[in-house]
Design a protein around this ligand. Structure first.
Ligand code: ATP
Length: 365
């Protein structure tokens, strides 16, 4: 019964001005972040940016040098890991090889002094939840990598934590298994209503799984938002670059009205552009246009930009056009292929580039 494993309300995490120093090295620099109750929240960033350190401070394995960790508004900074209603799933599963599947899943409850009958019923429920019914008596060493990861998840969920921390839990799995475990994790989060805080450096994984994402770089949070915000409305160059392919264009701000600006491109064309809420754009700015939001066509007075095709890459579903603009800059267009296949443009063709009114985004400096 799914409702039995639904967490009680709660599980909101607050991080307040957190700093973490390891000797003279600062791993986390002034992070303030709110993770909502029942949210699938992802910490995304390149290796070494401080994701794991942040996660370990939520778990209590590390203490912040400065700042507080809050759970549902209460300061838990001084609680030991086992005093926090928080559990962690690690990349390497960390299962006990000498215990059965059921014993692994029941381990946390046993440590808490839970009665055997209660443990048995929770374990049964957990086996069902992770689709391992009937495997309770197996040795964990008899299971595949994906099955072991399910056991690790069941073990972490069994004591009904308010928050589940997941540190790159899928990175040891092959691509196909990884994709199916992504769906599985999403389902588990929805069914249990537990707050999931997921760490990954894989942008596609973050976009497909998360309610919201915090993009991190060198110990700081650069932007927090929904996958759409992060991909379509990046606030700065690092975020735009880290998440997917993109074009950067220089432009001049002509006017600002409400939350839209008009900018002039190097070609002289004027277009509307969105901008981050905390920015007042003026002067020279950098704008972002995603390759799949632009189209190539025969050059015409309506073209926003003009250039020469220097490479065409056919990718089956899409074709990439690498274009050298009139001002010498590179620009990429990713166009979906029609059934007939050939787009009609080849290397050395002069082309026009267009995009619709809602795609350009001004970046913070
Ligand atoms: P990855 O994806 O590679 O795990 P990450 O974003 O999780 O990276 P962290 O593991 O949080 O990064 O590490 C952040 C920085 O802090 C790194 O430069 C790391 O070397 C350093 N660091 C982490 N733990 C310690 C420690 N115990 N002592 C010294 N330096 C540490």
């Amino acid at each position: 019964d799914q409702t039995q494993v639904k967490s009680a309300n709660g599980g909101a995490i607050g991080m307040r001005a957190i700093q973490k120093w390891f000797g003279t090295f600062q791993a986390v620099n002034d992070v303030t972040l709110d993770i909502r109750s029942n949210e699938f929240f992802t910490l995304l960033g390149p290796s070494g940016c401080g994701k794991t350190t942040l996660l370990r401070m939520i778990a209590g394995f590390e203490l912040p040098t400065e700042g507080q960790v809050l759970l549902d508004g209460k300061d838990i900074s001084s609680l030991r890991p086992n005093q926090r209603p928080v559990n962690t799933v690690f990349q390497n599963y960390a299962l006990f090889p000498h215990l059965t599947v059921a014993e692994n899943i029941g381990f946390g409850l046993k440590m808490l002094g839970t009665q055997k009958a209660k443990i048995d019923s929770v374990v049964k429920e957990m086996l069902k939840l992770v689709h391992l019914e009937g495997r309770g008596d197996n040795a964990v060493t008899q299971l595949s990598g994906g099955q072991q990861q399910r056991v690790a998840l069941a073990r972490a969920l069994a004591p009904q934590p308010k928050v589940l921390l997941l540190d790159e839990p899928l990175s040891a799995l092959d691509l196909k298994l990884r994709k199916s475990m992504q769906m599985e994790l999403k389902r588990l989060q929805l069914e249990t209503g537990i707050t999931f805080v997921f760490v990954t450096h894989d942008q596609e994984e973050a976009l497909t799984m998360s309610d919201r994402i915090a993009v991190m770089s060198t110990g700081t949070v650069r932007q927090v938002g929904t996958p759409w915000d992060i991909y379509d409305r990046p606030a700065e160059r690092f975020v735009a670059d880290f998440i997917g392919e993109t074009n950067f264009l220089e432009a001049d701000v002509v006017s600002v009205s409400g939350n839209k600006a008009r900018v002039r491109l190097s070609s002289g064309a004027e277009i509307p552009a969105a901008f981050p809420a905390d920015l007042t754009p003026s002067g020279k700015v950098t704008i972002v246009v995603r390759p799949e939001h632009a189209q190539v066509s025969a050059p015409s007075p309506a073209s926003l930009l003009r250039g020469v095709v220097h490479e065409v890459v056919y990718l089956g579903t899409d074709t990439h056009f690498h274009i050298r603009l009139d001002d010498g800059k590179a620009f990429m267009v990713r166009q979906q292929n029609a059934r007939s296949g050939h787009s009609g443009f080849s290397k050395d063709d002069t082309v026009g580039i267009g995009f619709s009114d809602d795609v350009a985004q001004i970046l913070r400096d």
